[in-house]
Design a protein around this ligand. Sequence first.
Ligand SMILES: Nc1nc2c(ncn2[C@@H]2O[C@H](COP(=O)(O)OP(=O)(O)OP(=O)(O)O)[C@@H](O)[C@H]2O)c(=O)[nH]1
Ligand SMILES: [Mg+2]
Length: 224
Amino acid sequence: MSELPTPAPSEESKGFSEELVESARKLFAGPVTFLKSAPALKFLPDPIVPEVAVAGRSNVGKSSLLNAMTNRNGLARTSNTPGRTQELNFFDVGTPLTLRLVDMPGYGFAKAPKDMVKQWRFLVNDFLRGRQALKRALVLIDSRHGIKEVDREILEMLDRAAVSYRIVLTKADKVKATELAAVIERTEAEARKRAAAHPEILATSSEGGMGIPELRAAVLEAIG
Ligand SMILES: Nc1nc2c(ncn2[C@@H]2O[C@H](COP(=O)(O)OP(=O)(O)OP(=O)(O)O)[C@@H](O)[C@H]2O)c(=O)[nH]1
Ligand SMILES: [Mg+2]
């Protein structure tokens, strides 16, 4: 088992206490195992622990972010080809079992066959709307693009269903600091107007590790 780096004492801990950040680091440095893939709702695992789901458009970096959070490169399958993740993938975190992370298929992937897109959409929407064990959704947004119409559809669905979610910017390493600051400001302004959104967003990079300790803390906080 690889050791996670100790977080630098940061000014950017985003309002998370040092204790929470440290507990979250320890949790994700411990056992994380793949539980199962659910291609349809009838294959969902029994809802015995709190769950946190990672949603977002195709190729936004959902699987990569899960790997970065757990510091395990091959845990969730990533790819340059949009549409890599086609099922709900469940990961058990902690011994004793503390929470489950759910890697979801992406939405808004234009090139996928229509019936497949429809099937993913039902799966993602029904899961997000109807899952008692789901404590929070993380909705990922590409730092280069900000919130797009296709993202707003899912945000609105979550607002309507009163599913608590947090917006997380991905691929922060791909934009300049000034652009990042601007997209953070725009995105946070929109988050504050949305009923079920956490008012603070997180900017992350799965490559450089930016925002990952805070994201772990946000997950632990969500199930607390
Ligand atoms: N530079 C950079 N590239 C990233 C980052 N996160 C993901 N990527 C790249 O973006 C591509 C898509 O990443 P995935 O993690 O597979 O995206 P996904 O959202 O799981 O995609 P689907 O499963 O197809 O919906 C891969 O080529 C990743 O290497 C990041 O933080 N920085
Ligand atoms: Mg994926």
